[in-house]
Design a protein around this ligand. Sequence first.
Ligand code: HEC
Length: 147
Amino acid sequence: MKLFKNQLKIFSCLSFLLISGGVVKAQKETMEQHKRRWDTPAWTDTIKNPLAHVAAAADSGKVTYLKICSVCHGNGGKGDGVAAAGLAIKPANHTGPNVQLQTDGSLFYELSNGHAPMPAYKTILTEKQRWQLICFIRTLKPKTKEK
Ligand code: HEC
């Protein structure tokens, strides 16, 4: 009987580990899975950001960001804006790898076409404003420590 109890303990321990492992895995979305979920076409990777080398673009982007994006994405872009708590799908963390490892073109497409509850900005913002926002999002990339 004692042996059986121990086996039961080990079994429940193992299944807990398996289940919690599965949950952790499910939260971690690979770039491929992310693109598939967003349905972001591969050709978007070839779109060039026309403002990539315009120094003031990120500053203009920041103004727009703080006005209309930070309510969901937060002032620092971490996805922790005041409206975030009420959303079933959490706003993307713009400082994280799933955003920063994407190309400008892919982010531009996502920003333009949206993905509920993320609004589509194609008709709300001009193309120039959307590229400025991408330039600003690039400044949110965490700085790597200098060696
Ligand atoms: C109503 C809240 C809300 C507002 C306002 C909003 N977003 Fe989002 N955004 C979201 C949510 C939620 C997601 C994640 C959706 C998903 O993963 O399916 C998202 C995702 C994104 C993504 C995709 C990131 C990725 O993971 O690939 C980008 C880029 C983005 N937002 C930029 C912006 C910008 C720039 C603005 C302002 C013009 C903005 N968002 C305004 C809620 C919002």
